[in-house]
Design a protein around this ligand. Structure first.
Ligand SMILES: C=CC1=C(C)c2cc3[nH]c(cc4nc(cc5[nH]c(cc1n2)c(C)c5CCC(=O)O)C(CCC(=O)O)=C4C)c(C)c3C=C
Ligand SMILES: [Fe+2]
Length: 440
């Protein structure tokens, strides 16, 4: 293990320095236009000095407007959910109307406010599950598009992001068609599951003319409070291991520009700049089998110490394994999950991704086993160099005996709406209307 590697670009190192980010995060007062509007960095809750003193400021709301969307580099709160939709739009005009209305709903839901009062003889305007005053609870709703949206509309096909494709089966997959793919995916992240469900129900109700819900998956992560010395540790997944230890630091603007955000240097359509590729995988964990596996074997399969999260060559969770000193895998097996996922060679740097997973628990299978697992989500500037290359390296790993990927898909996260009056998807609509006649 390399001591100098502490705080060297992983989120964990950074989290040791920034206190209070995470699920309960609300930070200080929040402006409506994100600092990310100025650059591609994370949209932190602005420093108090950046905050307006006006009435729009809220304690627990992420600013909506920005160059990039929230929910990618934003800290992961306790509850996550993805919902996949079929989009009914047939023309650019229909799609623009859908994006405009979606932007309006996301703006309201993420910034919060009072539900309007209507004549009680009418259906109420809101499900009411959060009461009459909607608290944002750090809600982010991140909009991404699937390959089928482009493939099924000839006026949109020429504008498809270059690496966007329909997810195909890897060797250990048993994909169920009813929890795969979709024209559009919404990722909801908030402090409470009720906040996410409320937002989904609002969108279903207000957008029924535009969208049909195909599938959804909820998940959560334990909130790990900072230790007395201010340091933090990663949350555990349902295999009992800390998950996120080696995630790239989402506060590192340069690293995120290289790893996550699609910039001008990428061979992608111009409209897609400041977006990112999203891989979603619903991966069942055979927890009963795992719980009967010896601890030493579990640790060799993952490549980390179960209690501390440290690499097998010692130190703490924040330390980096020195594979160059262990070329034969005597300490960290060559087929350990973390070694295959990131061999830490100069060539494997291009395969980095930002992970944002949630643990899910869906009840009991017909054969009496717990239906639990990982709602795996990753963001990368290049889907093929990121998720697909890493998953190919993981194919055949010993961990597969305890996993079964059953659903998910690949999506392209839209650029943000930079300023009020912009809407999500606007750059795509403008690009489509340059190649197709769009009535005004
Ligand atoms: C294709 C990408 C990946 C999939 C799918 C995946 C599934 C998966 N992972 C765990 C548990 C852990 N993963 C850890 C690290 C890790 N995993 C991936 C990629 C995928 N994982 C990467 C790139 C890394 C980082 C490797 C590194 O840089 O060293 C860890 C260790 C802690 C950590 O760094 O997060 C655990 C534990 C499960 C259970 C799972 C499927 C259900
Ligand atoms: Fe992993």
């Amino acid at each position: 293990m390399t001591k100098m590697a502490r705080n060297n670009g992983t989120s964990l190192g950074r989290r040791r320095l920034i206190l209070g980010l995470g699920a309960g995060l609300g930070g200080s007062v929040v402006a409506r236009v994100s600092p990310a509007a100025e650059g591609q960095g994370p949209a932190h809750p602005p420093h108090v000095a950046d905050a307006p003193t006006g009435h729009e400021a809220r304690q627990d709301a992420w600013p909506f407007y920005g160059k990039v969307q929230q929910g990618v580099v934003t800290p992961r709160p306790a509850s996550g959910m993805v919902a996949a939709f079929s989009v009914l739009a047939k023309t650019p005009k229909d799609l623009e109307a859908m994006f405009r209305l979606l932007t309006e709903r996301i703006l309201f839901l993420t910034q919060g406010g009072a539900v309007p009062e209507l004549d009680p003889r009418l259906p109420p305007p809101d499900s009411g599950i959060l009461g009459p005053l909607i608290a944002p609870a750090n809600l982010t709703i991140t909009v991404s598009l699937g390959s089928s949206l482009f493939d099924d509309r000839e006026w949109l096909t020429p504008h498809k992001p270059k690496r966007l494709q329909r997810m195909t089966k890897f060797r250990n997959d048993a994909l169920s068609a009813d929890i795969c793919h979709g024209d559009m995916l919404l990722q909801f992240c908030a402090n409470t599951p009720d906040t996410n469900i409320h937002a989904l129900r609002d969108i279903l109700k207000t957008m029924s003319a535009h969208l049909v819900l195909r599938w959804k998956q909820e998940g959560n992560v334990p909130v790990v409070p900072p230790k007395p010395d201010g340091s933090t540790e990663s949350a555990r997944n349902f295999l009992g291991f800390r998950d996120g230890s080696a995630n790239p630091d989402s506060n590192d603007v340069d690293l995120m520009a290289e790893t996550v955000w699609v910039g001008a240097e990428r061979d992608e359509p111009e409209w897609a700049r400041n977006g990112t590729y999203q891989a979603v995988r619903i991966i069942r964990n055979f927890v009963e089998r795992w719980d009967r596996t010896p601890l030493r074997e579990q640790e060799r399969i993952i490549g980390r110490n179960k209690a501390s999260g440290a690499p097998l060559d010692g130190g703490t969770e924040a330390d980096v394994p020195a594979y160059d000193k262990d070329p034969d895998g005597k300490i960290t097996p060559l087929d350990a999950h973390i070694r295959l996922a990131n061999p830490r060679t100069p060539e494997s740097r291009k395969n980095l991704m930002l992970r944002r997973p949630f643990n899910y628990s869906n009840g009991v299978t017909k054969s009496g086993q717990l239906d639990q697992g990982l709602l795996f989500i990753s963001f990368q500037a290049d889907l093929e160099e990121g998720f697909i290359a890493v998953q190919r390296r993981l194919d055949g790993e010993p961990l597969e005996e305890y996993l079964k990927p059953v659903g998910g898909g690949y999506f392209y996260v839209l650029p943000g709406a930079p300023m009020p009056d912009n809407y999500l998807g606007e750059t795509l609509i403008r690009a489509a209307c340059r190649t197709t006649a769009c009535p005004t």
